[in-house]
Design a binder for this molecule. Structure first.
Ligand SMILES: Nc1ncnc2c1ncn2[C@@H]1O[C@H](COP(=O)(O)OP(=O)(O)O)[C@@H](O)[C@H]1O
Ligand SMILES: [Mg+2]
Length: 233
């Protein structure tokens, strides 16, 4: 079975009787990365928070490596077991629950995103950011959240990069129907905030709205959700 992604070719296979995921870089991957870096940096200037381009290339492999996965585990962030990694391919344990976007489309157990809020906050409090914090990069197994696609993690957490993580996560779900989206937004933000009076990185809404234009597939739901007032504070 193959997943159509713009960064990597994803194949599911078996090694020693165990299901694994084999991730191979697409030829266009580096072009896409330059595009992402340009958009990320350009928007930071537009929002008057000039931010240096995020690191790619060999840092992506470092972030996907076992040391990085151990560091995340120490922060309470689970990742699939790494089986093999080199310049061309990453092989990791197959998580059979599918990704969070698919889960939320089908399920009414929306409170699960509270855990993603906590995960994102834990990483931010440790001084790092995911950057590519789409719901599709979270996997669900027995109602537990497992984070995959670690390549773009950056070891700094500014008002802008934290807003990017919150904005991109919410944007990736902004084409779900409004009732669902509202519950998801509140549950994620409750998980992110250490206490109800906690302030959120203040560029989150504008980053969400910009990112949503690129990320979502159902633009009619997107329009409905964007027109509805957000509770983000
Ligand atoms: N270990 C895994 N187990 C099950 N599904 C996975 C696993 N890793 C990735 N996937 C699925 O493949 C999709 C693409 O993988 P990802 O690593 O995010 O590649 P890309 O860099 O192209 O986004 C994910 O959104 C998820 O649905
Ligand atoms: Mg991904």
């Amino acid at each position: 079975m193959h997943f159509v992604n713009w960064q990597r070719d994803i194949a599911i296979s078996k090694i020693d009787g165990k299901m694994v995921v084999i991730k191979r870089n697409k030829t266009v991957k580096s072009i896409n990365e330059y595009l992402l870096v340009f958009i990320f940096t350009f928007i930071s200037f537009v929002l008057l928070h000039p931010t240096s381009p995020f690191r790619t290339g060999k840092f992506i492999l470092l972030n996907e490596g076992s040391l990085s996965r151990q560091k995340l585990k120490d922060l309470g962030i689970r990742t699939p077991r790494l089986i093999e990694i080199n310049n061309d391919v990453i092989i990791e344990e197959y998580i059979d629950g599918g990704n969070l976007y698919g889960f939320l489309q089908k399920s009414n157990n929306l409170e699960i995103v509270n855990k993603v809020g906590i995960i994102t906050r834990n990483l931010h409090d440790s001084g790092s950011c995911f950057i590519d914090n789409k719901a599709q990069n979270y996997l669900v197994k027995d109602l537990e959240i497992i984070r995959t696609d670690l390549g773009l993690i950056q070891n700094h957490a500014s008002e802008y990069t934290k807003s990017v993580d919150i904005g991109i996560f919410l944007a990736s779900l902004l084409d779900l129907d409004n009732e669902k989206y509202k519950i998801i937004e509140k549950s994620f933000l409750d998980g992110y905030k250490n206490n109800p009076t906690d302030k959120l990185p203040y560029l989150s809404v504008i980053v969400r709205n910009i990112a949503a234009l690129v990320l979502v597939s159902d633009h009619s739901n997107l329009a409905k959700n964007l027109l509805k007032k957000s509770d983000i504070k």
